[in-house]
Structures are given as structure tokens and as C-alpha cells.
Design a protein around this ligand. Sequence first.
Ligand code: BES
Ligand code: MN
Ligand code: MN
Length: 480
Amino acid sequence: MPQASPLMFIQPQLSDTQEVPILPMSSLNEYLENNRDRFESDLSDWLRIPSVSADSSFSSNVKQAAHWLQSHLEDMGMTAELIETAGHPLIYAESPPVPGKPVVLVYGHYDVQPPDPLEEWTTPPFEPTIRDGNIYARGATDDKGQLLTHVKSARAWIESAGELPLQVKYLIEGEEEVGSPNLENYLSTHQHKLACDCVVVSDTSQFARGVPAITFGLRGIAYYELRLSGPKQDLHSGIFGGGVTNPANILARLLAALIDENGRIQIPGFYDDVIPLTDREREQFQALPFNEAQFISNLGVNGLSGESSYSTLERRWARPSCDVHGLWSGYQGEGTKTILPAQAGAKFSFRLVPDQDPASIGAGLREFFESRLPPGIEMELIDFNGTSGILVSLESPYIGAAARAIEQGFGCPPVFIREGGSIPIVSTFMRELGADVLLLGWGLNDDNAHSPNEKFSLADFHRGIRASAYLWQELARIEL
Ligand code: BES
Ligand code: MN
Ligand code: MN
């Protein structure tokens, strides 16, 4: 597990004199300016393909989205292969090696979340529409729009300078939104092919509009489904209620027991491996331009709650949490029906922080529930594949290069943040490839990822392409 990070980054040794192909700014800018419409229409074409990984009825569309990317990369002169897995395919592509220069691996995902509830979309999720400078479609920000910036930036180099200043490899998957079940295996059997000096991922967010960020920490996740069964069929609650254990009552009791009134998770040992926030880190979070009143009003809530004695940013980024995602039992229809339901269930997860281990969290959870199970209830606990949280060292020389590239793309330097979401494979990249990871988010927290009316700012799309084009140059200047 990486070290908790000091927030200063070290300036790397740069070379200005080496034969690095420096892309003349004017020709890059001209290329980017002249191709804005084409970049946008390519993004629209890709967004039109409904690559929903979770729902097997979309699997031919998922494959179609993979093919779209493959031919797009081939069209730029790269070798690009479609790799079949036990699930949805991977796309791997690479540009020619550039000896003496760092090798970059771009990771991203072309799969998207299911678009429901459909009736809440202003325009349909797979009919990309531009309104107020944003492109609206499922996958616009998560992750097709963000990912495409690193493809277009390479295209800009190839078409205006003739070649890239370093080797760029692409590993793009179609199963991120379902927890990347087949990627780890591919990684561990293809370490040589994927060897690189740093991994670049744009699947996070800016801190706020006009405040670009480099993310140095992500939370992990441990996801469960709990199924409780009671009597062999639904019963009359007047005849049997009070004498027969009700699975819906017990479901509510078990879920409620997970968190106390101070927002503390009650599983014994749950916090044992949590790396505490340092005073330094707390000060850095405090210094960020976070407007809590605005945050509250944007969400349409009348207040916030969470673990006591932590700020909202600390709770969201650096403390574990527990959320129920769905629960079901009994009668949901009109009017009343007096049953004691035979079954009850819920899906819920914990967001984890370094160094919490999903497997030991699962063991503690099972014991927690089993010890509270009254007679008359049988429990099934399904453990979906979990992933650990990460902290990236800010001492990597690549961080400085990324900061300079972002400044050139976005017009101001990035802030350094952690985020609460999870990208399952990132911890594996760090472990298996020993590479530094650059999490460079071009999205915004209000892009409606996973929600109705997902969008991506077209200005950020173009800024992201520009930052990425400069990133190749900045990384190529680092002395290996
Ligand atoms: N792009 C997100 C991850 C993310 C979101 C990182 C916000 C930082 C801020 C990714 O596509 C995602 O949604 N991941 C899932 C992982 C899960 C399906 C295992 C998540 O975080 O829920
Ligand atoms: Mn994503
Ligand atoms: Mn996502």
C-alpha cells in the first residue's frame, strides 16, 4: 500500500536540450481549433452506442462501442486489438516505442451505467444533445468524453507533428461499471505488454468549475446483497404477526444496526486499518474553496449528516461510509395489504479507505449479522468483488508534469484532492505494474454521472484534449 502523501510534489529533472520533438504551440492550437467540430461529432457518434455493461440485453451494443474505439485508434495509425474476455472485450492499442522516453498507459472505460429512470431525462440518454455548452448523454462524462480526450490529443500530435514524443499505450475496458471482474486476470498475465512508467486515468472530476484537480486518493468499495427468508410463503399478519419472525422487520433492524447516531459503523474492528487523516491533510482540505451552503442547495436537501467531528470533504473523501442502494420486501402496491412477507432483501456497500481490506470487512460483516439473527430467519449474504482504496504519492515526477500540462490546458494550476468514488483496477495497476498513477479529472461533480441527464462540458472536453496534448510533451521532457 502506498504511503500517505505529503502534499508537495517534487520538481523533476527536465531536459530542454534533448531531441524531444517539441510541438510548436501555434500548430497544435491551430489543429485543435480547426478540429473542434470533428471531435464533438466523433464523441456524439460514440455516445449514441448504448454500451450498458450491467445489462446483458445490451451486450452487442457494448461490443459495438469497443469496435468503434478500435477502428478510431486504427484510423490514427495505431495498432489496436480487440481482446475477448469472459465478459465484455478490452481494447489495447499502442503507438511506436520512443527509446529513452517514458511509456504512458492510458486507462479508461467505454461501458456506461444503465440509463434509468428514463422519464427523468430531458432528451433521451442515447441521443446526444448539445444544450448550454454541454453534451447530454449517458457516458458523456463517465467515461467516454473524458477518455476520448487522450485519444484526440494523440491524434493532434500525429497529424500536426507527425508522431508522438513518447510511447502511448491504451488499455480500455468495457466492465468498469460492474467492478472490472476480468481485468485483473489480464493484467497479471500481460505485465510485459503493459509495462509503463505511469498510468493516466481521466475518470474523476475537477474540484469545481474552473478549479482543475489532480486526485491523489480514491476510496475502495465492498458491496453486498443481503437476502433474508422467513416462512415458506407470505402470511396474514393478523393471524401470525407477533408470533412469527418478519424478515422485513429484521432487515430494517440489521441495516439500522450498521451505523450509530454519530455516523460510526458498528462492525467490530471496522476502523482498525483506517489510515487517519493527518493535520496537514485536514488543513489542505480546509483551504479548498468548498462552499457548503451551495453544495447543500445544489442537492436539494435541507442539511447534511455523517460521521461526527469530520468535515463534509473529509467524510466524502477520506473516511469510510455505508450506503443502502436498494431494498425490497412485501407489498408495494396501492392501498393496504396486511401480510407478513416471506422474504426481504437489500443491496448496500461500504466505501473503504486505505488500508481497509474488503475481504476482512466482509468477514466482520457476516459475523455481525449472524450474531443478530433471531430464530425463524435464514440469511444469505452475497459478497460482490470488492476493491481497496488508494493513495498516490505526490512525490512522483510525473505529478509535476501533469500539473504543468493542466495549467496549459485549463489556464490555471490544479489543486490536489482526494475523491470518494472507486476505480477498481487502479490499485492493481499500482501493485502489478509498479507504475505511478495520474488521476486527471476533467469532469464536474454536477455532471450527473450515474444519474438522469448526464452531461459533459464541451469547453472541458476541449481543455482536456489540450491538457492531454501538453501532457505528452511534459512527460517526454522528464529524464528517466
Ligand atoms: N468514474 C467513476 C469513479 C469515480 C467517480 C471516481 C467519482 C471519482 C469520483 C467510476 O466509473 C465508477 O462509477 N466506479 C464505481 C465502481 C463500482 C462499480 C465498483 C463506483 O465508484 O461506484
Ligand atoms: Mn468512470
Ligand atoms: Mn461510473
